[in-house]
Design a protein around this ligand. Sequence first.
Ligand SMILES: *Cc1c(COP(=O)(O)O)cnc(C)c1O
Length: 366
Amino acid sequence: MKVPFVDLYAQYTTIQTDIDNAIKNVISDTAFIGGKYVWEFEENYAELYGVKHCIGVANGTDAIYIALKMLEVGPGDEVITVANSWISTSETIGQTGATPVFVDIEPDYYTIDVTKIEEKITDRTKAIIPVHLYGHPANMDPILDLCKKYELKIIEDCAQAHFAEYKGKRVGTIGDIATFSFYPGKNLGAYGDAGCIITNDDALAEKCRRFANHGALVKHKHTIEGINSRLDGLQAAILNAKLPHILDWTEARRNVANQYCELLESANHVVLPKEAEYAKHVYHLFVIRSKNRDEIKAFLEENGVGTAIHYPTPLPLLDAYSQYGYKGDNIPIANEYSKMILSIPMYPELGLPDQYFVSEGIRKCC
Ligand SMILES: *Cc1c(COP(=O)(O)O)cnc(C)c1O
């Protein structure tokens, strides 16, 4: 038996006609950049989120960069974020000329430890980027309180958390602005790079839209210099075809997670993911933790089960950040967990026999 870590083709086969038609329509309308499919997606996504603005951009990394730039983050500023994330979260801070400041994760939910943020705030701090990592929301209320007290902006990195909820509210609607990735493997995935920004702030939305399109809202009227970061028509049409299914796919992920938790209940050598009382987890990843991580990983792979590690090195310990001098002791939990975490197969179409096979492998190993 083979169980891949993720199977994007399985999803395609369930909506093949819709996707094929969507692609054909974009080609016959030659609506490759901008145009009606992009507008339609922006409108649909904003409506689903109940927000005023959605701006399609080229990818989730650009979305963060654009949000930071338009919040006027730049050289001399500091932006606080979390030690365990994908590098997009911090490299975009560096791209603006600002300095990323890393906070450890809290031990149960792998998101930013809100009790360790205040000690990192200085008079240079401009913003905080909480990451709803693995699909689990960060604990937003204490972050909102700090941002009020110190007049900081919040950019929610929702790249792994489409339709996750914090206290019944969708993440991405809580901070000043939020960014999404539609990288193919994300919970809502395009067939190439894609991303978006959502916000209720009219002025900020307009600035982001202008900056992402060479500094012009109207062709040839460049009021500032910008960048070229646009959602393309093909990706928008594919996302439109997928959008009606996203809530069902999210429930399917949650069902897989529940099933895994039942099947692995007796596996005392692994710690299973938890869902905070305030949270609706959307399980972009199903991450287990074990002292025997490397053994489990090797055993599963020998038996045809794909796994991955998110992430093997905490961001501040990457060579890219050596100039800041972080040591493992500065972020003890993220450091310890980076040697213990393992992501096992998780996607909405993952079948029961596959879930049994993966779980049995984990139980039998060690
Ligand atoms: C995927 C991801 C991004 C970046 O998205 P891209 O579309 O790949 O640029 C940013 N932050 C996190 C946490 C991610 O997982």
